[in-house]
Design a binder for this molecule. Structure first.
Ligand SMILES: [Zn+2]
Length: 207
């Protein structure tokens, strides 16, 4: 598997970038990891990086973007925070990763059995975590189909909130970043939501 260069990055379309991630997840779930010499990639990326994707995912130890999409060094800007929430700093990181560093796709990746989502559904309060989990509250408020047991013990409710959290995060990116909206309008990037299943390793795309 080749290391991304300025040439390979600039020749990629957003559609192709999505295909690379889809193919990587296929390799991952089939245990057909691409052959990579990471030490060689250290050398090849030593003078610059040309990643093709920016991925916002959870800190969950099972959801490493590079592993589940079978990518190497210099391929992905990986933004990770509990519950794959958004804030100004993360938005700024995305703007750098797209406008300045030239990635072609932004992925907001939620995952099943997310502790942060469950915590938010249970209104957990703990130190600074309270503020973080409050950023998931809009997804809880938007979940209107569950009448009974709107808590973290209801898997259907948690699943709906997880999906809504991804969609609302994407909505906020578009609402709060004119920089990214412009890139999207120009066709230079695409923004995709996706869900990672911790039981199967499969990424399902919101298309
Ligand atoms: Zn999580």
């Amino acid at each position: 598997m080749r290391t991304q260069t300025k040439e390979t990055q600039s020749s990629l379309t957003p559609e192709k970038a999505l295909t690379i991630l889809k193919e990587g997840n296929q390799r991952f779930i089939n245990n057909l990891k691409a052959n990579r010499n990471l030490l060689q990639q250290v050398n090849e990326t030593s003078t610059g990086q040309f990643p093709f994707a920016t991925i916002l995912s959870c800190i969950d130890s099972r959801t490493s973007a590079e592993l589940i999409f079978d990518q190497g060094l210099g391929d992905v800007f990986s933004i990770r925070v509990a519950g794959n929430i958004l804030n100004e700093d993360i938005l700024g990181s995305m703007e750098f990763a797209t406008k300045i560093a030239g990635t072609k796709i932004i992925v907001v990746l939620g995952h099943t059995k997310c502790g942060a989502i469950v915590g938010a559904c249970n209104h957990v309060e703990l130190g600074n975590l309270t503020t973080l989990l409050s950023k998931i509250q809009p997804a809880i408020d938007h979940e209107t189909s569950t009448r009974d047991n709107r808590t973290g013990t209801n898997p259907a409710f948690v699943k709906n909130v997880t999906t809504l959290n991804v969609q609302l995060t994407i909505d906020r990116i578009r609402k709060e970043s004119p920089v990214i909206v412009e890139l999207e309008k120009e066709g230079k990037i695409t923004i995709m939501g996706a869900m990672y299943d911790v039981e199967t390793g499969v990424v399902t795309w919101n298309e």
